[in-house]
Design a protein around this ligand. Structure first.
Ligand code: ASP
Length: 438
């Protein structure tokens, strides 16, 4: 069975990285569908080619000279091509793009050229067939991907040959190129894996999988070996930056495992993401899969005697937030009070107007607003049906002098979410990590 392997921008940044990619692909003959990003950063202060292409387009829009930016892009690809002594006629490819810059070039087409050139060069280097994503990744006019048509087309094109596919873009019904949102090559890889019913979707990047906690907060956190899609959703929602969200759906639907790997450390097994794992995989002794969180929430608490036994209060209050386009993220409840947790940044403009409307509509006994709260999520499928897991967690926080201001746990017991003062944010994550993981 085939393996679809996607290499991100840092894996495509220069000739040295191309060599690593080749070694990885050649190490396993099943890795015969390769999806690539545009050239990324070679060092911290470097530029991503896609950013430069967007910049180039902005310059053209305002009639500002763009040649010097385009030359930076040209030199990146020319350099790789020459260093690896590839056969691609890079000068004609670059000239074709350059000539479009003088015309009324479309933004999506221009910014997709990073992936296009990367795939051209990598196909040549690996001796695989180049397959333009404008040939198979089809969008509907509403901007969604036409998966049925895309899958059928790729199946036919890539049926019995090894291919390299550019990430990030596809084609609209009128023939124009359209790009996915930023980071969209992850999605292209997932769509290709689903189209070809791949055995696995390997997403090669510059980290050895997903870490259990932010390394800026916890020293040297462990890598997560196995994580379910639901856990990943919880971690990403609460701030862990992992994969393009839309890349989950195509592989999840077909139950294709997604493996995050490191091009710079190819022996590391990385992280495997799947719908569920058999018990033997489950690392039952590991109660937590990951810890994450976000700062700067506001908590509005509304109290009114007799509220719990009356109908419609929560709905009416939520409707007020909805009218102002504010997403209420958690709603922890007391008996005759409940709280609404909202992002401070998102709500600050309207919060006092909203409180005024609540006052008028509900006539509560009191309304309190607390700001400067962080929300921390401890996520782990193994916490379910384990008596004592939340007890142990609160015990550890209490012993470390952390005051918990809000608690929320869903009945599926996949996570425990707590609100703490912003000042305690990092300490909370460290205490949970040290108590449960170390
Ligand atoms: N090159 C695109 C970006 O930088 C897409 C990707 O790399 O996934 O967003």
């Amino acid at each position: 069975m085939r393996k679809v392997v996607k290499f991100g921008g840092s894996s495509m940044a220069n000739a040295k990285q191309y060599e690593k990619v080749k070694r990885i692909v050649q190490a396993d003959p099943d890795r015969d569908v390769v999806v690539v990003s545009a050239a990324g950063k070679r060092f911290k202060e470097d530029h991503k080619v896609t950013d430069l292409l967007y910049l180039c387009y902005a310059h053209l829009q305002y009639g500002v000279e763009s040649q010097s930016i385009f030359e930076m892009i040209e030199s990146r690809y020319r350099g790789i091509c020459n260093e690896l002594e590839l056969k691609v006629d890079i000068e004609s490819e670059l000239a074709a793009i350059r000539s479009q810059l003088k015309k009324d070039v479309r933004q999506d087409w221009l910014v997709s050229r990073g992936e296009y050139l990367s795939a051209m060069l990598m196909a040549d280097y690996l001796g695989f067939q180049f397959v333009d994503s404008a040939e198979w990744l089809k969008f509907k006019f509403d901007g969604s991907v036409d998966t049925a048509a895309s899958y059928a087309t790729l199946k036919e094109i890539a049926d019995d040959r090894a291919v390299v596919i550019p990430g990030f873009y596809g084609v609209l019904p009128d023939g124009n190129v359209k790009v996915l949102t930023r980071g969209g090559s992850d999605v292209t890889g997932a769509l290709a894996a689903a189209a070809l019913d791949a055995e696995i979707y390997e997403n090669w990047t510059d980290v050895s999988g997903i870490l259990m906690a932010d390394p800026r907060i916890v020293d040297n956190p462990d890598t997560i070996s196995y994580i379910t899609y639901s856990e990943l959703r919880e971690l990403s929602y609460m701030g862990a930056d992992v994969l393009h969200e839309a890349s989950i759906f195509p592989v999840r639907e077909k139950d294709i495992p997604l493996n995050i790997r490191n091009t710079n450390d190819p022996e590391h097994p990385g992280t495997i993401i799947k719908e569920s794992f058999p018990d033997s995989y489950s690392e039952k002794d590991k109660l937590l899969t990951g810890i994450t969180g976000k700062r700067n929430y506001s908590i509005v608490t509304i109290s009114k005697n007799g509220m719990s036994s009356s109908l419609g209060y929560l709905r009416r209050i939520l409707e007020i937030f909805e009218r102002y386009g504010i997403c209420v993220e958690f709603t922890p409840c007391g008996i005759d009070s409940f709280s609404l947790v909202v992002s401070t940044v998102a709500s600050s403009k309207f919060i006092y107007t909203i409180l005024g409307e609540i006052q008028e509509e509900i006539e509560p006994d009191s309304i309190d607003l607390i700001e400067g709260v962080s929300v921390v999520a401890a996520v782990g499928r193994n916490m379910a049906h384990q008596p004592g897991s939340s007890g142990a967690l609160f015990d550890a926080l209490g012993k470390n002098g952390i005051n918990v201001r809000m608690i929320s746990q869903g009945p599926e017991e996949l996570n425990i979410i707590l609100g703490v003062n912003n000042n305690d944010f990092e300490k909370t994550i460290r205490v949970i990590y040290d108590s449960f993981v170390k």
